[in-house]
Design a protein around this ligand. Structure first.
Ligand SMILES: NC(=O)C1=CN([C@@H]2O[C@H](COP(=O)(O)OP(=O)(O)OC[C@H]3O[C@@H](n4cnc5c(N)ncnc54)[C@H](O)[C@@H]3O)[C@@H](O)[C@H]2O)C=CC1
Ligand SMILES: O=C(O)[C@@H]1CCC=N1
Length: 274
């Protein structure tokens, strides 16, 4: 099986690293291109032994799956560039935020099998939460292939396309929200005089433990939070500040804003493409 990556940024690298870690495809069959940054392509070849090229014909020759991993603003340009080299049996898989299957198909001017996928960067350690949607031209075999590839980088859910903007906001962007919390906790630890490496270790293990509690107990987050919060204790004092500052509401607004932006990217791509 041959997979061609269009775009060699952080998402493409996260996916290809996950695929290689799970040996879901051999590096000889993973082909990658980008716009112009040759040094970046060479470093991917050195690190992962993947094939690199700027020759679109060579890149796409006999490709089973073509993964579109360029920024949404480059969608129109890339679809037009690829169009002459695509054949009907190729399976087009887009990870571009906000770009609808309809926009992709319209621009490719043909009834290709297309999947729209929303992974996240935890793919590079095999822990992506990936949502997938297919158009009507995707065969059972291709659906299976998509599941195999994206299960190699974490967990998958199959969804209706109209859920993808919300999922992009929730789990596509999601890792960034958690990193933001870690940054804030690290700053607080510094203010309190806790040595940096130790603070990092304590924070990571605390998050890891909380995640395992959620997974293994199956309890609601609110109940687990209650279990930490002794009346008149430290947690209560800390959480009071979060409540006063309406952090939960701010968080919800953060995710709603991300969803709105995903819809905006879709609208922009429609304008460009039509
Ligand atoms: N970074 C993330 O956490 C996630 C990103 N995505 C989506 O993945 C896509 C890629 O995101 P990143 O990897 O973060 O972006 P990036 O900016 O790191 O990489 C984009 C890549 O596209 C290449 N490119 C641009 N125009 C090109 C062209 N005409 N021909 C060939 N290559 C071209 C660039 O050279 C670069 O290698 C985006 O559409 C984004 O919405 C989806 C889920 C999560
Ligand atoms: O920020 C973005 O647009 C991409 C999509 C999801 C995560 N990163």
């Amino acid at each position: 099986m041959k997979i061609a990556f269009i775009g060699a940024g952080s998402m493409a690298e996260a996916i290809l690293k996950g695929i290689l870690n799970k040996e879901a495809c051999s590096p000889q069959n993973l082909w990658v291109t980008n716009r112009q940054a040759q040094a970046r392509l060479e470093s991917l070849r050195e690190q992962y032994a993947v094939q690199i090229t700027y020759d679109l014909q060579a890149l796409l020759h006999n490709a089973d799956m073509v993964i579109l991993a360029v920024k949404p603003k480059n969608a129109e340009e890339i679809l037009q560039q690829l169009s002459p080299y695509l054949t009907k049996q190729m399976f087009i898989v887009s990870v571009m935020a906000g770009i609808s299957i309809e926009s992709i198909s319209t621009n490719l001017k043909n009834d290709y099998a297309v999947a729209r996928v929303m992974p996240n960067t935890s793919a590079s350690v095999g822990k992506s939460a990936t949502a997938i949607t297919f158009n009507e031209f995707v065969s059972q075999e291709q659906q299976q292939l998509a599941q195999t590839i994206f299960k190699a980088i974490g967990s998958t859910v199959i969804v209706e396309e109209n859920k993808l903007d919300a999922i992009t906001a929730l789990s596509g962007s999601g890792p960034a929200y958690f990193y933001y919390i870690v940054e804030a906790m690290e700053k607080a630890a510094e203010q309190l005089g806790i040595e940096k490496d130790m603070a990092r270790q304590l924070i990571i293990q605390t998050m890891n433990g909380a995640i395992h509690m959620l997974q293994e107990t199956g309890k609601e987050a609110a109940e687990l939070r209650d279990n930490v919060t002794s009346p008149g204790g430290t947690t209560e004092a800390g959480l009071k500040v979060l409540q006063e500052q309406e952090v939960a509401k701010t968080f919800a607004n953060c995710i709603l804003a991300a969803e709105k932006q995903s819809k905006k990217l879709a609208a922009l791509s429609h304008e460009q493409i039509k």
